[in-house]
Design a protein. Structure first.
Ligand code: EPU
Length: 337
């Protein structure tokens, strides 16, 4: 266990916001975590790729260093029990290297395994929930351990029980178990993947998981800013899900509006498209800006505070609501002091 006092969180949030916490504790085992229960206030973080600090954190910040990977076979599948602190993309590379398939489309998503289960990370037609069988947690109020099955996690688009008002901040994820297949079944139908494979001259009938992974990585790198170069937390907003009636009314007005059908009643509209229509793509407000290649991403142009990012967030939300009648919400977790 490593304990730091009055510790800078600048390297612990991909926005690169320069704030400090009173105490920072990194633990190596669930037993060590159990000794920390009861401290207040307490914030458990992962890779910091979905956080926006609005000021110094006047409490204890916890980080797991549990990085075990335990595979076992189950019929034709592999069940992998993975420590919460394993870097997500290292896990994706590791599984593909061993011939365990499923996570290819989730390549290069920043963050750690624990957050994959909280945020239900997703990209290119796949979501973490499609592979998670169970999530082992510790209650930060009592130290009790509890296993949540996939159904108990109540997964939906970027949503889980761990993000609800009742459970937010209560559970530390210790391990996540994923079910992967030993057969590679590529999923290519989400925007742009097939076209990019064809452009690269790859024979889709002989596609390998590694080729798919590399293609996803290239698509992401072309659109999304590298946090090491320019602070950001990936998509800042969630894509709003609206009723079919609301979608149809908007589609009459904006016939080129992209959309994804969720089910018979609900349609998801890309917030990035709406933000671009409002003229925000590439625009700055002080040291915060809307990324010039993907309007869903807000960036720190250097020296921004959490408040600077929030000011931009609110200006963008205001304009999207005024033009489209839709209130968009941050996907990023705002951490108040
Ligand atoms: N679009 C624009 N302008 C923009 C951005 C997007 O017109 O500036 C349009 C695109 O042309 C496309 C549609 O909006 O028609 C969707 O764009 P894209 O495929 O880039 O995906 P997204 O909906 O903006 C979501 C995820 C991303 C994920 C991609 C790919 C959310 C909040 N974001 O973005 O996730 O990588 O799909 O699957 O659902 C993240 O969560 O950090 C993240 C990067």
């Amino acid at each position: 266990m490593r304990i730091k006092e009055n510790y800078s969180l600048k390297d612990w949030n991909t926005f690169g916001i320069d704030v400090r916490c009173r105490r920072f504790v990194e633990y190596d085992t669930p037993e060590e975590l159990a000794t920390l229960i009861g401290q207040r206030p307490l914030l458990h973080i992962g890779g910091g790729s979905n956080l926006l600090f609005l000021g110094d954190y006047e409490g204890t910040v916890l980080h797991s260093a549990i990085r075990s990977i335990e595979p076992r076979t189950d019929g034709g599948d592999v069940l992998l029990r993975v420590g919460a602190a394993v870097v997500w993309d290292d896990l994706v590379a590791y599984t593909i290297g061993r011939g365990w398939y499923g996570l290819e489309n989730l390549s290069l998503i920043p963050g750690e395994v624990g957050a994959s289960a909280v945020q239900n990370i997703g990209a290119y037609g796949a979501e973490a929930k499609d592979f998670i069988t169970e999530v082992e947690c510790m209650d930060l109020q009592t130290g009790q351990r509890r296993v949540f099955t996939n159904a108990e996690c109540q997964y939906a688009y970027r949503q889980s029980i761990f993000k609800t008002d009742e459970h937010r901040g209560r559970w530390a994820v210790l391990y996540v178990t994923y079910r992967l297949s030993q057969t590679f079944v590529p999923r290519l139908d989400y925007g742009g993947i097939r076209a990019e494979l064809e452009r690269k001259g790859i024979d889709i009938s002989a596609l390998t998981a590694n080729q798919l992974r590399q293609t996803i990585i290239e698509i992401r790198k072309a659109k999304l800013p590298d946090p090491k170069v320019q602070g950001n937390a990936g998509s800042f907003f969630m894509n709003p899900v609206v009723s079919r009636a609301q979608y149809e009314a908007l589609a009459r007005q904006y016939p080129t509006m992209p959309h994804y059908d969720m089910d018979a009643e609900r349609v998801k509209i890309p917030a990035g498209w709406m933000i671009e229509q409002c003229g925000w793509k590439g625009r700055s407000l002080g040291p915060a800006a809307v990324h010039d290649r993907q309007a869903l991403v807000l960036v720190n142009r250097g020296g921004a505070t959490g408040q600077d990012i929030v000011r931009l967030c609110e200006a963008v939300r205001h304009d999207v609501a005024a033009r489209f009648g839709i209130d968009i919400h941050p996907e990023v977790n705002l951490i108040r002091p």
